[in-house]
Design a protein around this ligand. Structure first.
Ligand code: PLP
Length: 387
């Protein structure tokens, strides 16, 4: 990516590569140390000399990754969690019985399932709305009781696009906050706070770490306020934090995110273009294609690419799509996304029959292999199934 910043405000790629410039203060090692301590020395006057007391509220190994993510998102503070789900659910756990939430019909399926269960048990009202339709969202919000408008864009697994500016306006108009799952675009492609979001959420398990070997999550706030204080308390009380080794691995993974996201996005675009009119393919779902219904909005709120995620609907239906996935030799059949290896998944069989996911859809997470090999592998699998 071309540099567009000055030495005072370095490009995100530079911030990432330097990992906030954190070194080991004792050895001058160029990478930070891991702090496994769960408890910290107290001085005779009962103070904590370094500000750390106990590991459930905070661990010093987190700090660099939190500050780096906070800077990338343009937020006021970031908190790491033990998973994306634990980050997202911490926000909803700040709500009270009787509060109302709006969530998208198309979203990460396990959070949709959790919201249904939590809402029933906790006394929340949750409406799942088509978030590509601002009028539908406007009609669904309730002044005085809607507290959170939850958005995912591009949204799993059809990659439909939600207009963040419009959602922020609707949420703020009724006194609610806009919270955005920014896992797929990463702050390199979209910075939701710039469009009015109040909270940004990440499954750091995906692109932030990038190597399919850390489970972690994060929330970033646009400002420190009462709700954020409650989020901090939920984390401190529940202890939903990553271990020091995971936090350290996360920072190590983040240092290469600039290169990984750039490559994954350009590969996804190449695959989308290649298969857009392929006889073995019913439809390519990728917001980078001009034919995608959310392309204009995506082009406005994403920069530098449209993410490494796309889906392909296979001509011939559900069994044909399962057979194509089975015939792939370079793509890895596995759930998840955002790693260096390209992953493919028959998504309906994961999400179940009540999902909006079409049964003929293969979800593809582009890694950093050579794009020509990934295209050739898909070509041979499609050919095998059509023969
Ligand atoms: N949000 C999105 C978009 C995801 O894809 C996932 C996981 O697949 C999550 C949230 C949940 O994250 P985690 O698995 O780290 O709990």
């Amino acid at each position: 990516m071309a540099a567009r910043t000055t030495p005072e405000t370095p490009h995100p790629d530079t911030l990432l590569a330097n990992g906030m410039g954190v070194h080991d203060a004792d050895t001058y090692g160029v990478i930070p140390a891991i702090h496994p301590a769960t408890t910290f020395l107290r001085a005779g006057d009962l103070s904590y000399p370094a500000g750390y007391s106990y590991a459930r509220p905070i661990n010093p190994t987190f700090t660099a990754a939190e500050q780096l993510l906070c800077t990338l998102e343009g937020g006021a503070e970031a908190l790491l969690f033990s998973s994306g789900m634990s980050a997202a659910t911490a926000l909803f756990q700040t709500l009270s019985p009787g509060d109302h939430v709006i969530a998208p019909q198309v979203m990460y399926w396990a959070l949709r399932r959790w919201l249904r269960g939590f809402a029933a048990q906790w006394g929340l009202a949750v409406d799942f709305v088509d978030m590509t339709d601002a009028d539908a969202v406007r009609a669904a919000v309730r002044t005085g009781s809607t507290r959170i408008l939850w958005v995912e864009t591009p949204a799993n697994p059809t990659w439909c696009i939600t207009d963040l500016t419009a959602m922020a306006e609707i949420a703020h108009g009724v006194g609610a906050i806009l919270a955005v799952d920014n896992t797929v675009p990463t702050p390199l492609l979209t910075r939701p706070i710039e469009f009015g979001a109040d909270i940004v959420m990440h499954s750091a398990t995906k692109y932030l770490n990038g190597h399919s070997d850390v489970l972690a999550g994060a929330l970033v706030t646009a400002r420190e306020d009462e709700r954020w204080a409650k989020v901090r308390a939920v984390r401190a009380d529940h202890g939903g934090i990553p271990g020091p080794f995971e936090a350290w691995l996360l920072l190590r993974g983040m240092r290469t995110m600039g290169l990984r996201v750039e490559r994954a996005s350009s590969t996804a675009m190449a695959i989308a273009r290649h298969f857009a009119n392929h006889p073995g393919v019913a439809e390519v779902l990728y917001p980078g294609l001009e034919s995608h219904s959310g392309h204009a909005v995506a082009a406005r709120q994403m920069r530098g690419g449209f993410s490494g995620m796309l889906s392909i609907r296979i001509a011939g239906g559900e069994q044909a799509s399962i057979d194509v996935a089975a015939a792939l030799e370079i793509w890895t059949r596995a759930t998840s996304l955002g790693g260096v290896e390209s992953l493919v998944e028959h998504r309906r069989s994961v999400e179940g029959a009540d999902s909006p996911c079409p049964p003929d859809l293969l979800r593809m997470s582009c890694g950093i292999e050579h794009p020509g090999d990934l295209i050739a592998d898909l070509e041979q699998a499609l050919e095998k199934v059509r023969a």
